[in-house]
Write a protein that binds this ligand. Structure first.
Ligand SMILES: Nc1nc2c([nH]c(=O)n2[C@H]2C[C@H](O)[C@@H](COP(=O)(O)OP(=O)(O)OP(=O)(O)O)O2)c(=O)[nH]1
Length: 137
């Protein structure tokens, strides 16, 4: 049986807005938006991967708060294997620098009024409903 790749994403909420990141690659995803995060390595916990990926991508050490939503499946790569996206609500602890787009084209803080205004990747879309209540305080 083919292995299911777990991908984790962080819904980093601050002052009524969530941080969205615009992918630079692969070409088919370039310019589309996602919650920052990435693939869980073999033997790594989901939350360890979440913290590691956000350090690599944003240059900040996030604090996961709680998981939101369920497993959202999406097709991975040409080998026909499956992947699932899991998302955590997260905070930027006091003293952390401002997130930077180290691997993305750009970053945006989106509030309730702008959350649906960017071109999200498909697997991230179901999580927007889960995030919205946290933007309302
Ligand atoms: N967040 C998100 N990721 C998606 C979707 N569809 C899809 O194929 N992916 C893929 C892109 C990446 O391969 C993976 C996310 O992991 P990542 O951010 O670590 O990817 P990466 O480009 O750094 O790693 P790699 O593929 O180059 O090995 O999930 C989607 O709808 N939302």
């Amino acid at each position: 049986m083919l292995h299911t790749q777990i991908v984790v994403g962080a819904a980093i909420v601050r002052d009524g807005a969530v941080l969205a990141a615009q992918r630079a690659h692969p070409p088919v995803m370039r310019g589309r938006w996602e919650l920052p995060g990435g693939k869980v390595d073999p033997g790594e916990s989901d939350t360890a991967a979440l913290v590691r990926e956000c350090e690599e991508e944003l240059g900040v050490r996030i604090a996961p708060v709680r998981r939101i939503g369920g497993d959202v499946s999406f097709p991975a790569r040409a080998d026909g294997s499956a992947a699932v996206l899991r998302v955590w609500l997260a905070e930027l602890p006091a003293g952390q620098p401002e997130p930077r787009a180290l691997e993305h084209l750009s970053l945006r803080w989106l509030g309730v009024g702008t959350l649906s205004g960017v071109d999200w990747l498909p697997a991230d879309v179901p999580f927007l409903t889960e995030v919205r209540p946290y933007l309302l305080g």
